[in-house]
Write a protein that binds this ligand. Structure first.
Ligand SMILES: [Zn+2]
Length: 120
């Protein structure tokens, strides 16, 4: 079976990535509420909160992709593009073990998202 993807290796990469993301949320809180009552501090606080929300959203998307990729390893469909059904090159999977799309499908998706963003 030459050319077959080393599933164990990618499973390990996926689990490491998952752990790395989850560990970010286990960081001790640096600044506790020290009576941040004036307006400037409140604005800074809400900016910080917004940033955290953004990161959480991005990380939650990646986590979902990791879960999906792990499931696909179990199902034996890992490394197959969700859109076109072609094999995703192993080099790409080494960079992004949770990639669910091949490069050309991913580029198409990103163009769609980019076009959407420009309109905002
Ligand atoms: Zn594809």
């Amino acid at each position: 079976m030459s050319g077959k993807i080393d599933l164990e290796k990618f499973k390990r990469l996926l689990l490491e990535e998952k752990k790395r993301i989850l560990e970010k949320y286990e960081m001790p809180e640096e600044e506790n509420d020290e009576g941040a009552t004036d307006i400037v501090d409140e604005a800074a606080e809400s900016n910080k909160r917004r940033l955290i929300q953004t990161l959480s959203y991005r990380d939650s998307v990646v986590l979902k992709q990791i879960e999906s990729a792990l499931q696909r390893i179990e199902e034996g469909t890992y490394g197959i593009c969700l859109k076109c059904g072609q094999l995703i090159p192993e080099k790409r999977l080494e960079l992004i073990p949770y990639a669910l799309l091949c490069v050309s499908c991913q580029e198409k998706e990103e163009k769609k998202i980019g076009a959407y963003r420009r309109r905002l």
